[in-house]
Structure formats: structure tokens, C-alpha cells
Design a protein around this ligand. Structure first.
Ligand code: VGL
Ligand code: ZN
Length: 206
């Protein structure tokens, strides 16, 4: 069975949001077009408490984009974003939620970040996404959303590592590109891990 994972299509990652991803709004129509093709559609959301350790407000001596340590792991310092129950954390209004079967929240522990929709960055705690997909009989996963170089990448790599056949819908993703070239490097990293790339028109045309 085929599952579609829509990664973090939330206001704060859209142009004008707190952690804007260039062209992020352009992937929502791709999500809406593909969702009807799938038995199982999951929308993930970055769902941080206001005191999350990845926020610049927790590191008065650091600037956004600089590195720190969180839970013993290298951590990029981010602007305050996707705080639970705020407008910024809500899904983009244009996303057709009627096609979404399940919402998976991540990044809820203030002491560790979670780019992957399956596990926190230390692989310490599972979000429940794997169990959900297996119960639904999903063995092939298509991933799209924001951002290519963070949550999409780590979600796809974990999916592959968990044994799912994993495809990333390239035109359904956009990246942060903290450093130019991060998106291309992420695509290479995913390919090297046997994550396959596909374009939405290839799925829609069949
Ligand atoms: C993300 C940075 C911080 C993402 C989430 O969704 O890719 N990036 N939190
Ligand atoms: Zn976040």
C-alpha cells in the first residue's frame, strides 16, 4: 500500500512566516493534487512548546543559523516558529485537510529537536508514525513538503532505514538553504541512501 507524507505545510514555513522557505506555498497545490491518489495521507507538523531549546530566545548569546548543542547533539539555532496552538503552527489554509487521515506532531519535547517525522534527532523516542503506517499496511512511502534540507530529508532517510520503499516528490519540496547548495547535497544524501526521486507529473500521469 502507498502512503503520502506531507511534511510541515504550516504557516511559519510559508513566505511571510517566522521561518520562511522560499517558494514554500508552491508545494501546497502539489500536495492537494497528489493526496487523492493515496489510501493513506499523513500530515506532519512541527509542534514546539514556547520554550523549545532550538529557539534563538533560548540562546541569548547566539544568532539564528548559528550552531549550539541540544541533548548532546549539534543543533542549528532557529527563530521562534511553530509554537503549539499559534497561527504559525497551523496548516496552510490552502491545504485540503479533508484528504488527511492522520496528523503527526513532532518537536514537542523542549529538550531535543525532531526533524524526522518518525523519531527525535537522537532517535530516542518514536512519534508513532511507523506504527500507524504499518497498521495501515503501508510499505511504500512518498514524501513531500518543507523543508528539503531538514524535515523532508530526515523523514525520508528514517523511512528508508525502517525498510519502507521511499520516494521524494522533488517538485513538492523546497529547502531552507541556510548555506547555498544544501538542497542539492540533501538530494545526493537521500539518493545515496536509496531514497528515490520522482516528479509529481510522473505520478499524476499514470
Ligand atoms: C524544520 C527547521 C526547524 C523543517 C523544522 O520543517 O524542515 N526546519 N524546524
Ligand atoms: Zn522546528
Amino acid at each position: 500500500m502507498d502512503g503520502l507524507i506531507l511534511v510541515d505545510l504550516q504557516n511559519d514555513f510559508m513566505p511571510g512566516g517566522a521561518l520562511p522557505v522560499a517558494g514554500g506555498d508552491a508545494v501546497v497545490p502539489v500536495a492537494n493534487a497528489l493526496a487523492p491518489l493515496f489510501d493513506t495521507v499523513v500530515a506532519t507538523r512541527d509542534w514546539h512548546p514556547a520554550n523549545h531549546g532550538s529557539f534563538v530566545t533560548a540562546h541569548p548569546d547566539l544568532a539564528v543559523g548559528e550552531l549550539t548543542t541540544l541533548a548532546g547533539l549539534e543543533q542549528v539555532v532557529w527563530p521562534v516558529h511553530c509554537v503549539q496552538e499559534t497561527h504559525g503552527a497551523a496548516f496552510d489554509d490552502a491545504l485540503d485537510m479533508a484528504r488527511v487521515d492522520e496528523i503527526v506532531s513532532k518537536g514537542t519535547d523542549p529538550g531535543i529537536d525532531s526533524y524526522s517525522a518518525f523519531f527525535d534527532n537522537g532517535h530516542r523516542r518514536a512519534t508513532g508514525l511507523e506504527d500507524y503506517l504499518r497498521k495501515r499496511g503501508v510499505d511504500r512511502i512518498y514524501v513531500l513538503g518543507l523543508a528539503t534540507d531538514y524535515c523532508v530529508k530526515y523523514t525520508a532517510l528514517d523511512a528508508r532505514r525502517l525498510g519502507f520503499e521511499t520516494w521524494v516528490v522533488e517538485d513538492g519540496c523546497r529547502g531552507v538553504e541556510l548555506t547555498p547548495g544544501d538542497v542539492d547535497a540533501s538530494i545526493k544524501e537521500m539518493r545515496d541512501a536509496e531514497v528515490y526521486m520522482i516528479r509529481s507529473e510522473q505520478l499524476l500521469g499514470s
